[in-house]
Design a binder for this molecule. Sequence first.
Ligand SMILES: *C/C=C(C)/C=C/C=C(C)/C=C/C1=C(C)CCCC1(C)C
Length: 249
Amino acid sequence: MTLLSSTLQAGDYIGFTFFTGYMSMLAASIFFFVERGQVLDKWKTSLTVSGLITFIAAVHYFYMRGVWLEEHVSPTQFRYIDWTLTVPLMCIEYYLILRPVKASSGMLWRLLAGSVLMLVTGYLGEAVQPERNVFWGVVSTLGWAVIIYEIYFGEAAKKAATSTMPSVQRGYAVMRWFTLVGWAIYPIGYMMLPGNLLSGLVEGVDLSKSSPVDLAYNIADAINKIGFGLVVYSIAKGATEEERGMANA
Ligand SMILES: *C/C=C(C)/C=C/C=C(C)/C=C/C1=C(C)CCCC1(C)C
């Protein structure tokens, strides 16, 4: 008898990460919304956006958890809907942090264009033409490269270097490190898809019970949504203290 159960089984480690993902995203959202009260008005929107990113993710994790428990398949549609909303919000975080040093809307549009290219082609490779996932993965990486170029060498990098606030300088360096190193977990997960470059690594895995790709994505989301939000929070807190210090001096 095959027992299709929609409760969490002892050995279902992927299921565990969907549950912890859901709960930690929710907790992070409450934290960011409550902490808005601790920073100067000009930094409040940054914390609101951090909270929205983790809140949108929490709702999607709720659904993804359900899909995984009931069907044991990758919730690819919910995954990409989540990313389509949250990745642009992360681009907006860059814009908000750099707005005091006069970042242009062109910078924001370049980040958004890179995100759209990265996510649309990633979806094509995962859900529409899985037999061509290597090709779509390469195109998607070009979108990511547009973002990396902008934050390391483009206008964003140049504007950040002109900031006189140590907390902004330091925080920006950590933000872009997340976008370079933390985001790299996603393409590594993608490369474990059947037929892709790292699929040999997960050859023995029973894909009806486990999903290495989802494990990678769930870990990456926790790091890049909660961790990234905390960096934004530390910039807002630090800048608030620096500005209050200047006002009192
Ligand atoms: C909160 C969600 C985030 C930060 C999602 C980020 C997603 C990526 C950086 C995905 C990148 C991909 C590639 C660079 C190539 C292969 C396909 C993707 C979409 C997994």
